[in-house]
Write a protein that binds this ligand. Sequence first.
Ligand code: DC
Length: 212
Amino acid sequence: MIIAVDGPVAAGKGTLARALAARLGFAYLDTGSLYRAVAAMTLAAGEAPDDEAATEAVARRLTPADLERDDLRHEAVGQAASLVAAQGRVRAALLDFQRRFAHHPPAGKKGAVLDGRDIGTVVCPDAELKLFVTASPDVRAERRYRELLARGEEIIYPRVLQDLKERDARDQAREVAPLRPAEDAAILDTSELDADAALQAAMQILQDRGLR
Ligand code: DC
């Protein structure tokens, strides 16, 4: 079984996708880490993240080990990842990696949960369950702000809110694989839900759809 979890920055989709995978015994892939890894490796090589020939070459030689880099969550890498993610050649280069994972999950697992922006619409339109996880911009910026503070980054809330809105706009407006819910996606708004409540809501959707 394939479960697609899409949604904007800091909507809680990563936490939910990881928890769902653990509950169901499925493999989990954070597809944002692919774009982040390509961005980080491009920056580390001294090349520009908007140079599509450079980023595509990096994407083509990406390995699972690259997804473990410790700079993937840095703000600068996140901003560069958003540029990289708007490039059609990079997205095409990363499709195989994601589909292989979804259809042949590692360690003989019986299913996979992938989280990202276009899993339900482009990467796995055949997923048995598609969740589109969202929350209000204020709630998402607040979560992101606390996450960055906890990591010791020096940051102010208005800047976090502004970055988040800019990134949303870029993710929604890009021509290739823009961020939007698949037609058959269930929308899950986590503005008022903590992680446990979001997991319960997702398990209920699975049950309602006869998937459990
Ligand atoms: O979810 P994240 O912040 O780690 O994602 C990093 C960037 O990659 C973000 O700009 C959205 C983009 N992305 C994407 O375009 N498609 C995906 N499936 C996952 C992430």
